[in-house]
Design a protein around this ligand. Structure first.
Ligand SMILES: [Zn+2]
Length: 442
C-alpha cells in the first residue's frame, strides 16, 4: 500500500530547506518551503496526481529535521536475534558462536522454537523500523534439523509487515551441503526455496568441500531462478579464498541472477596485489559485497593479542575495482555478537572509525548502496524516486552518524511506519535535543 503526503520544511544534506510532495509512494515534487500549500501546480505535479490537492494530503511538519534516504539492512539473522541473554558464546569466536547456537537447539520442541523465533523476529524488525529501516534481508537457518520451518514462519511475518518494509529471505543452509552426508541439507534448501526464500544462502568456507559447496549453491540458485547471498571467507586466514571460486564459477556459468558475497574477511588479510586480482574477478562477475563490521570486530582476531586485526574486508581494492560494497549489522545481541542495537547508524559509525570511510560515504553503505545491492529502486528526494525516507534530528549526515539521535521518523512508500523521540532535561538549561539543535518536534 502506498501513501501520499507532504514532508514540509525538510532539511536536505546540501543545507537547503524544502517541501517534498509524495504521491502514491513516489516523490512527485521537491520545492521551496511553503510553496506547496498555495500553488501545487508550481511544483510540476505529475498528471496522475493532478486531482490531488495539497490541502488534502497528510502533512508532516519536519521543522528542519534532516531528511535522508531510508536505511537498509542488507544482512541480518532474525532467527538468532535477541538471544544473547540466554545463549553465551564461551570462546567469543566464530566457532564458539556456532557451537553455542547449535547446542541450544537440542531439547527444544520445534514448535516452541518457531514460536520463539517469530516473537524475537518481530521485535527485531520493529527495532529496525524505529531506526529508519524500510528494507531488510535476513538469513535464516535451514537444514536437516529444522527443515524449512523458519523460512515458512518468516514468510508469514513478511506478509504481516509488508506495508512497513521490504523483507528478503536468504536460506542459510547448514553444512555439510556436499557429499552423501549433505543430502538432507540439500533437501531442506529445496524446501526453503519452495516455502518463499528469495535467495540461496550458505557458508562454503566451513563445508568439508568448500569449492563443491559453492558450486552446489550456484546450482540450487540456478534451478530455482533466484539470486545468491553466501557467507564468504569469515576468517583472517589469507589462504582461504572461496570468493575467487565463487567469482570464477559465476563467470564460467554466466550465472544470470544477483550474487552477494557477505563478510569476505580473508580478502583483507591478503597482500595488496592478490586483493586486486581477486577484486577484479569479483567485479567481472558483478558480485556485490557486504561487510559486517560489528560482528567481525567481535569474532575475529582473538588469536592475535598484538596489533589485533579488525576483521574487515579489503575496502580499497574492492573500491578500485568498482565493486559495490554495502555494510550490515549481522547480529543483534546473540552468541555471534552480544551487543548491537539494530541501528544501521551504529554500523555506519564503525565504518568511519574502523573502516576509515568518510561519514557521508559510511551513510551510503547503510542506505543507498544497501538498497541497490538488494535490487530496490533508489530512495532520494528527487521526482520519481521511491518515498522511503528517514527524518532525523541532526544538522548534517556526519552529525546523524555521530550522534545517531533516537528522534527519527520513518516512511515506507510515503506512509509513516515509525516515529520515536528523545529529549534530555538539564536542570540548568531545560529541554534540549541530544544533538543540541533544540528544534521543535513535528
Ligand atoms: Zn551472517
Amino acid at each position: 500500500m502506498s501513501g501520499s503526503c507532504i514532508l514540509a520544511d525538510a532539511l536536505l544534506p546540501d543545507g537547503s530547506r524544502v517541501d517534498v510532495k509524495v504521491v502514491d509512494g513516489l516523490v512527485a515534487t521537491v520545492g521551496p518551503v511553503g510553496v506547496s500549500e498555495d500553488v501545487p501546480e508550481a511544483f510540476g505535479a505529475q498528471p496522475s496526481s493532478a486531482s490531488l490537492k495539497s490541502s488534502s494530503l497528510k502533512r508532516y511538519e519536519l521543522n528542519g529535521m534532516l531528511l535522508l534516504p531510508a536505511l537498509a539492512e542488507p544482512h541480518a539473522h532474525l532467527d538468532k536475534a535477541l538471544t544473547a541473554g540466554r545463549i553465551a558464546n564461551p570462546t567469543g569466536d566464530l566457532m564458539g558462536a556456532i557451537e553455542a547456537w547449535v547446542h541450544r537447539k537440542s531439547g527444544i520442541a520445534i514448535e516452541d522454537a518457531i514460536e520463539d523465533t517469530i516473537e524475537r523476529s518481530c521485535r527485531a524488525l520493529e527495532i529496525a523500523m524505529a531506526s529508519g529501516v524500510t528494507a531488510l534481508r535476513t538469513h535464516l537457518d535451514v537444514g536437516s534439523d529444522i527443515g524449512a520451518r523458519s523460512v515458512e514462519a518468516l514468510a508469514e511475518v513478511r506478509r504481516r509487515y509488508e506495508h512497513c518494509l521490504d523483507l528478503q529471505i536468504a536460506a542459510l543452509v547448514s553444512i555439510p551441503l556436499t557429499g552423501p552426508e549433505g543430502r538432507e541439507n540439500r533437501q531442506a534448501l529445496s524446501e526453503a526455496l519452495e516455502a518463499g526464500a528469495d535467495l540461496v544462502g550458505g557458508a562454503p568456507a566451513i563445508d568439508p568441500r568448500p569449492s563443491e559447496c559453492v558450486a552446489e549453491c550456484l546450482s540450487a540458485a540456478s534451478d530455482a531462478e533466484v539470486g545468491l547471498d553466501l557467507h564468504i571467507d569469515e576468517t583472517l586466514d589469507p589462504s582461504v579464498c572461496t570468493l575467487a571460486t565463487l567469482a570464477k564459477l559465476a563467470i564460467d556459468r554466466e550465472f544470470p541472477h544477483a550474487v552477494t558475497a557477505s563478510h569476505c574477511v580473508s580478502l583483507g588479510s591478503m597482500p595488496v596485489d592478490v586483493q586486486r586480482s581477486v577484486a577484479a574477478l569479483v567485479a567481472e562477475a558483478e558480485i556485490d559485497v557486504v561487510t559486517l563490521p560489528l560482528t567481525n570486530l567481535f569474532l575475529q582476531g582473538r588469536e592475535h593479542p598484538v596489533s589485533t586485526p579488525r576483521g574487515f574486508t579489503a575496502f580499497g581494492a574492492l573500491a578500485e575495482a568498482g565493486v559495490r560494497v554495502a555494510a550490515g549489522g549481522d547480529n543483534v545481541q546473540d552468541p555471534f555478537n552480544p551487543v548491537g542495537r539494530g541501528d544501521p547508524l551504529e554500523v555506519a559509525s564503525l565504518m568511519v572509525t574502523g573502516g576509515h570511510q568518510r561519514p557521508e560515504t559510511a551513510f551510503e553503505f547503510v542506505s543507498s548502496r544497501a538498497r541497490a545491492l538488494m535490487r530496490l529502486p533508489s530512495a532520494s528526494p528527487s521526482p520519481g524516486s521511491a518515498a522511503d525516507f528517514m527524518a532525523i534530528d541532526a544538522a548534517s549526515v556526519r552529525e546523524a552518524v555521530a550522534f545517531a539521535p533516537a528522534t527519527r521518523l520513518t516512511w515506507k512508500a510515503g506512509r509513516l511506519t515509525a516515529s520515536s523521540s528523545q529529549s534530555v532535561e538539564l536542570a540548568s538549561v531545560g529541554s534540549r535535543s541530544p544533538s543540541g539543535q533544540g528544534r521543535a518536534r513535528p
